[in-house]
Design a protein around this ligand. Structure first.
Ligand SMILES: [Ca+2]
Length: 532
């Protein structure tokens, strides 16, 4: 390995930044061992030590999991009560932080009240801050000082959007100013990190990745992108990808693929992106509630950039394994990294089509190995511990029922007619639903390719949303069924209703309609595997 760098190792924090007084430096990591590359700390190691005075007390710097309402409930950032709801959720589940995103300052006079409410429940508050509020040193200092006084734990800084010297200088000053006021900091909307977290240890993570937020408006990052990150972007430093946004991904990835990211992707803050209300019935919640963020040891079990990765990480005596794959594969993972004795393994894996999680518990030792069959865009996530973990989640069962086959309303196999249209919703599986079904006989949604082995009566489960009582008519093989009184409480959260339908051996089509009035928005259906 050859390293070319400017001689700035003796540079103190008070001296001008490297971008002004020194020539740029470059580092290359070349290894025949992919694990040594992926887990290299050289980028961090090349940075100067922290200022011992500024960082005399680092007790306020604590990595952790963050509940964050912006991804699913962007419009609610100015709603004090919404953030309080997330604080309650974080406290109930043992998560360390809640992040208030852009527009939280609409209730800024009450920030002290929210911080106290959160602190009493053991939760810290991060607040979003715009680049434009940090360009003036005095203004930044006044803001950070006031927020620190109010009890804020950390800052999510945003909109740097440049690697110009003056912008990087604002980042450096923000890290120092935050440290002065004992605030943690994460950089969002900025360039990739270059190991600055060593010099400024209150910098817990950096975005600089096409993260899960992009799935609000795009199917990128792709599965391939997600499988490149551990070998490219994450090598440079902590990566605020904000994982676990949905039960299944919009990019063709599975439920377990998304969950495995929390182990595979290293970040000093794990922003968990989905809505608190969705997580409450998410089968992966016990995994998140037992997830470590600070790792004592990491092992790349195997991987290939853009195709697959299997990572084991240790926190204290607990081991975590995250596996993500582009292509379906049968994979064995030797557990020879475990210590002595018997462990409890909790394995969160995909169901057969990757549309839901199945949780398996078993006893293992270092002599054992996992053998797992992964679907396309699938994976698994495991906690291996001597502790006992309760994996029961009320309400999750129906969503991950191995006795059912799931079909998304937005599937390309379906037919939409008339006004029926695909809509994006963070609260729906696959982040999509079909709206404007009904209110005219021609506005319909037809699920095609519903295959069953034999003629008979099957259970159909419908996930829908609407904020008033609505009716939907189902037409299957000439038979007509009605589901009435459907009301999920609002046009965001989903509810589930069941009906029995008669299906014929082979492939069936089921049409949802309502000629007289709107049907509910339709998220997904599930059909029982066997006839009753
Ligand atoms: Ca859906």
């Amino acid at each position: 390995m050859e390293i070319s760098r400017a001689p700035h190792g003796a540079r103190g924090l008070k001296s001008p930044p490297v971008c002004i007084c020194s020539t740029p430096w470059r580092v290359a990591i070349i290894s025949s061992d992919l694990g040594k590359l992926a887990l290299s700390t050289i980028v961090t190691d090349l940075n100067p030590d922290p200022d011992p005075e500024l960082y005399a007390d680092t007790s306020y710097i604590k990595p952790g999991r963050v509940a964050w309402s912006w991804w699913a409930e962007e419009g609610e950032q100015g709603n004090y009560d919404k953030h309080k709801e997330y604080v309650d959720f974080a406290a109930e589940n043992g998560w360390e932080y809640v992040c208030l995103d852009a527009n939280w300052r609409q209730f800024e006079p009450r920030i002290g009240e929210l911080c106290k409410y959160a602190k009493d429940k053991g939760v810290g508050i991060f607040v979003w801050v715009n680049y434009l509020d940090m360009v003036d040193d005095a203004e930044m200092d006044a803001l950070f000082s006031a927020w620190s006084e109010a009890g804020v734990a950390g800052l999510k800084t945003d909109y740097f959007e440049s690697d110009a010297q003056n912008v990087l200088e604002v980042m450096r000053k923000a890290a120092e100013c935050a440290a002065k006021h004992k605030l943690m900091i994460l950089f969002h909307g900025c360039v990739i990190p270059c190991g600055e977290a060593r010099t400024y240890p209150n910098v817990l993570t950096t975005e600089a990745v096409q993260g899960e937020e992009n799935h609000k408006w795009s199917s990128v990052p792709t599965v391939t992108n997600c499988l490149l990150y551990p070998f490219v972007r994450n090598v440079c430093g902590s990566m605020d990808y904000t994982p676990v946004a949905s039960r299944i991904g919009v990019n063709g990835s599975s439920a377990a693929f998304g969950l495995a990211m929390t182990v595979v992707y290293e970040s000093g803050l794990q922003h968990l992106a989905n809505a608190a209300s969705v997580y409450k019935t998410y089968a992966g919640l016990p995994f998140l509630n037992n997830l470590a963020v600070k790792w004592d040891e990491s092992i790349l079990i195997d991987g290939y950039p853009g195709e697959y990765v299997r990572m084991a990480r240790r926190a204290g005596e607990d081991w975590y394994v995250g596996a993500m794959t582009k292509y379906a594969a049968e994979v064995g993972v030797s557990l020879d990294f475990l210590g002595e004795g018997e462990y409890n393994a909790y394995i969160f894996r995909d169901n057969e089509d990757g549309s839901g999680l199945i949780v398996e518990e078993r006893k293992v030792t270092s002599a054992d190995s996992f053998l797992d069959t992964m679907v396309d865009g699938g994976g698994f996530a495991a906690i291996i511990t001597k502790r006992t973990i309760d994996t029961a989640v009320e309400g999750a069962e129906e969503y991950n029922d191995p006795d059912f086959i799931y079909y998304e309303a937005e599937s390309g196999a379906n037919t939409l007619s008339g006004a029926a249209v695909l809509q994006t919703s963070a609260f729906c599986s696959g982040m999509q639903k079909v709206g404007y079904v009904g209110n005219g006989a021609g506005n319909t949604l037809t699920f095609n390719g519903i295959a069953v082995d034999k003629d008979g009566e099957y259970t159909l489960r419908l996930w829908y949303c609407c904020g008033e009582n609505r009716t939907v008519t189902l037409t299957v093989n000439g038979e007509v069924y009605e589901m009435t009184g459907l009301n999920s409480g609002d046009y965001v959260h989903t509810a589930m209703a069941e009906i029995k339908v008669t299906l014929a051996a082979g492939e069936n089509s089921i049409t949802f309609s309502n000629p007289g009035y709107y049907a509910p928005d339709i998220d997904r259906i599930a059909i029982s595997k066997s006839a009753s």
